[in-house]
Write a new protein. Sequence first.
Length: 589
Amino acid sequence: MNQASNAALLTFAIYTVAVLLLAILSNRVAQGKEFIGEYFLGSRGFGVWAFALTFAATNASGGTFMGFPALIYTHGWSLALWIAGYMALPLLSMGLIGKRLNQVARRTNAVTIPEVLGGRFSSPTVNLVATLLLVLFMFFYLLAQFKAGGKILSTLLSDEPMFQAAALTVSGYTDQIPWINRASGDYLLCLFVFAVSVIVYVVYGGFRAVVWTDVMQGLVMFGGVILLLIFSLHQVGGLDRATRELAKMTPPEKVTAVLHCQHRDDTDWLIPKGAWILDQGQAFRVSDTVVFAANRQQTEQVRLLRITTPSEIERISQDTLILDQQAALRQAVRVEVVETTPYVYGADQEGVYITATGPSASNPLGFLALGTAISFFIFWPFGATAQPANMVRLMAFRNSRTLRYSIVTVTVYYAVIYFSLIVIFCCGRILLPGMEIDPDRTMPDLAARVTSNAGVPWVAGLLVAAPFAAVMSSVDSFLLLVSSSIVRDIYQRRLSPQASERTLKRLSHLVTVIVGVLAVVLVVNPPTYLQDLIVFATAGLAACFLIPVTLSLYWPRMNGAGAIAGMLGGTGMHLVLTGWGYWEHQEFQ
């Protein structure tokens, strides 16, 4: 067992113990308090640091540390335009509706956003419609976070022999189960462990445990990003050199190929996913595990990634880790390319990673045209303002002073986090080639690489803790939000108004578990880019809740019928545009 795997296990063990201890402590604090208000809102008594960091950590989710880095790595500096609006999120999200929402929620004794809307218009129908739409879109958000948690843990523990043996055992049991057999054993095992860890402490500790763990995780995220920034800039030779290197790079190509090899053994031979094949001056990376059947000299058609930049190929051919892996293969493999799929944005063009790529035959708009960048500058702040997970936190701060100081704190926090991530993963484009085969693993793999290059592999566990903390802080919030909507707005409000606290407590725990299990089952085969789920859910919630909630807080003439029309109209438009984009491009746009 090496230092990195020891650190990985130690990091995960410390995190698990810490969040469980916080859950136990918060459960004790909650003793003797009214269950619903305490379990779902922490009795509305959080100060500056607790409120600011839980707000920041909830937004800095798996998309921040998994989906966003994957897009930076794939497209380069232009992602700064994509995320720039996020810096203004606290000013709009907290400043626009924070104080008013907190006042209305206290006055109506509401603990959920649908309950705020229903109480404002004295309409159970408004409450029900809001609840159903919230559960729909928040569930997609949950899927993204569970995928991120499984990916992070599988990277964190990948070099641990005990974990590898356990993953093989899981694969043996799931190979015959439809749907589940399409996922790898390591991902399934990590997904299960992650889900159990989060569900247990959410069920036991409630909102107070979620907030306290968010504070811890927010600090870990900040420290992890700063460390990774220092390592990355040092190893790439500074920001100026990184930009010059990016300017010379051309995008890789996806190819379908047949592999040839003098393999005469009477056993199957596996080339693992991610392995490099150096053939006739070209560098290929295996996209999926390749099997050379016993006594066969060639494979069926397989998917590879071909590097196209000469300097990058030279760097790969001199990489000691890749050379060691090549020696372990022990056999010369020849690649016969059958079909090539060029990069969709700026194939064979230098400078793709430092500019927003212009129009091409395959994509008339290019990647992130200026108009699209402007729309994202508007989308992120307004979209985040409409997120129920944020709104719930705005219902839980102590007073106006807490809100004012928290706006400044979160603004600075986001500015440091997001600008640093852009720099880190532009450097990662150079330090870690070929991650297009599994882009959502870029963050944990880069952490492992830079710490190994620095001679301190044990630090990898600490760096990977940052995205792990981000995912946990989002999953716990979303789980609690969905369960509160079902228990409070559907069961207690419509089905059993006289339900006892004991019944509500048991049902809250049961719903949280069921929602978590269902999310795990559906995310066994997630989309390639985690950010697709993030954007779909964010846009859906924004279209559904932003205008109805804002108008209900500030416009006296707003009524229940208008709120329902706004929610359904926004949702319908979002679904139509999403479907239209998929129809046109055969992918989510």
